[in-house]
Ligand binder design. Structure first.
Ligand SMILES: Cc1cc2nc3c(=O)[nH]c(=O)nc-3n(C[C@H](O)[C@H](O)[C@H](O)COP(=O)(O)OP(=O)(O)OC[C@H]3O[C@@H](n4cnc5c(N)ncnc54)[C@H](O)[C@@H]3O)c2cc1C
Length: 510
């Protein structure tokens, strides 16, 4: 069930359909990244033609779907892994500032979407939910106090409250304080302006609008099987219609591999030099989802704790209020796990198929050096329901097993790349891998992820559309979409305050 772009001429080549016209852009995968890039490109160049291919029968059903991710608008208010403690005891806040800035940029673009009728109501995808960090034990309490002191010196974190007062904490987080040992030292920070974002809904809304525009064709149930460079430097993308079994080759000037966990295999197939040495380390996740409405009602915050020793930074446990499709939810997790799949609906062979001659050294090196992570993942996989309840009770002491059910989260493929010293290293961020000529780009990795989709796609535009992006027309449009474009929100307090005030108003977060 695909639609061909107007004017496409089809010929048969070894039983495969070959379109002999060329489209401007192919977007692989219908997640938040492709949706963001597609909208930006169409705004920047209204006559551009775009073909979008998604292997599943629904849009945004992998990592971008609401229940597959935590929905946290990552602003570094509550995530303790963005503010490590230095050996001298001081707190490093560089990463926190960087992530907070990226989220402000995403909010600018989302405000543009509201103002330009892409989304009718901001509540459809973003709501205000306080972001809190909660810790126990003397060392952690000292760390959290220092963290709050360090962060509040920067304008992004103005208004972050800190408390060790149990009465105050009971008001903020009654479930977490109820039944807790009175002698235990506890503390929390509270940031009123945190957000919960339904990236799945946002993605689907954007694709709905995008696919109605002239020159855009969206094809679900279409699996991209191969990507090949043509002699003239353009690309031929081989796509299989999963319903009819028919294959088709599409010629294009530019390819974005926004296939989430499926990006690495496709990048490898492209054969570009820049893909060499990359490998993937899949980490699966699970949540406990609360089914008791009385309990759900009593919690109103995203409460992040400290990660256990050896755990990957993104598996910091959190007790989260969520708003999913208009309904308030309460989730705890994620519990990490290991699966050889790169996508939730992928194949168990994904990891093995990704092992190539050019990435075997980095893969082996990471296997040897990341023993703490391996041990942590094994311990997580071996957890019994009682172990999981115990982990929840560290946060919500009175939690009862019968109120919670276990649900699978999305799959994250962490990046493994070459390292001069050790041969290979594991990274927990995201990386845009682009060919030297800027005609193909892929997004690898998962964190901080969807919250930073907008600045990530801006980086991609800067790398792949080097000439066009300097044109007055593109520059003008970029400033309409992201008014702070070209300036620094982290350095300019007045600009940051004005920007936050404006976006909060438009996004209904004030
Ligand atoms: C457990 C978990 C918690 C997270 N929490 C947060 C959070 O709190 N905040 C946050 O900002 N981010 C979070 N993230 C990260 C965020 O979800 C991702 O960064 C983001 O959704 C990635 O979007 P994407 O478009 O790149 O990928 P996806 O949403 O995974 O989309 C990729 C699409 O490509 C399709 N595809 C794959 N291969 C092919 C192929 N060969 N042909 C055609 N289509 C293909 C897939 O079916 C899929 O629809 C979390 C992720 C996980 C897993």
């Amino acid at each position: 069930m695909y639609r061909l772009c107007a004017g496409c001429k089809i010929t048969m080549d070894n039983n495969r359909k070959v379109s002999d016209s060329r489209v401007d852009v192919v977007l692989i995968g219908a997640g938040i990244m492709s949706a963001t890039l597609g909208v930006m490109l169409k705004e920047l160049q209204p006559d551009i033609n775009i073909e979008i291919f998604e292997r599943l029968d629904v849009l945004a059903a992998e990592s971008s779907d609401a229940m597959n991710n935590a929905g946290t608008g990552h602003s570094a208010f509550c995530e303790l892994n963005y503010t490590p403690q230095r050996p001298d005891g001081s707190i490093e806040i560089k990463k926190a500032i960087n992530i907070a800035e990226q989220f402000e940029i995403s909010k600018e673009f989302w405000a543009f979407l509201i103002e330009n009728d892409y989304v009718s109501s901001p509540k459809d995808f973003i709501v205000k939910v306080p972001h809190m960090s909660f810790v126990w034990g003397a060392d952690n309490v000292t760390y959290l106090k220092k963290r709050q002191e360090a962060l509040t010196k920067h304008h992004f974190f103005k208004g972050m409250l800190y408390s060790e007062d149990r009465e105050q904490l009971k008001q903020w987080i009654p479930l977490i304080m109820e039944g807790r040992n009175d002698t235990e030292k506890v503390s929390a920070t509270y940031m009123d302006i945190g957000t919960d974002v339904n990236f799945g809904t946002l993605t689907r809304i954007l694709f709905d609008k995008l696919s109605k525009q002239p020159g855009v064709n969206l094809h679900i149930n279409h699996d991209v099987e191969d990507i090949n460079r043509k002699r003239d430097g353009s690309w031929q993308v081989k796509v299989k219609d999963k319903i009819t079994g028919e294959c088709r080759k599409v010629n294009t000037t530019f390819v974005f591999v926004g296939a989430g966990g499926g990006a690495l295999p496709l990048l490898q197939k492209s054969g570009i030099r820049e893909s060499r040495g990359f490998g993937g380390f899949p980490v699966s996740g699970q949540w406990l989802v609360c089914r008791n409405e009385d309990v759900i009602k009593q919690h109103n915050a995203k409460v992040y704790g400290k990660a256990s020793v050896g755990s990957p930074p993104m598996s910091v446990p959190h007790l989260d209020s969520r708003l999913v499709n208009g309904k308030k939810e309460l989730l705890f997790g994620p519990y990490a796990g290991f699966s050889t799949r790169f996508l939730k609906k992928g194949s168990l062979l994904d990891l093995f198929k990704s092992i190539k001659f050019n990435n075997i050294r980095p893969l082996l090196s990471v296997g040897l050096h990341e023993m703490a992570l391996t041990k942590y993942l094994i311990s997580q996989v071996l957890q019994s329901p009682a172990d999981r309840l115990k982990a929840l009770q560290d946060y919500y002491p009175n939690a009862k097993a019968e109120d919670w059910t276990l649900d699978n989260a999305g799959q994250r493929v962490q990046i493994i790349k070459k390292d001069e010293k050790r041969g290979g290293k594991l990274e927990f961020g995201t990386e845009v891998v682009t060919s030297a000529d800027g005609t193909i780009s892929a997004l690898l990795g998962a964190s901080p992820g969807a919250s930073t989709s907008v600045p990530i796609m801006i980086t991609l535009l800067e790398r792949c559309f080097k000439t066009k992006i300097t044109s007055p027309a593109w520059q003008d449009k970029l400033r309409q979409m992201i008014p702070s474009y070209g300036q620094s929100l982290s350095k300019d307090e007045a600009l940051a305050d004005a920007t936050r005030e404006r976006t909060s108003k438009v996004l209904g977060l004030d």
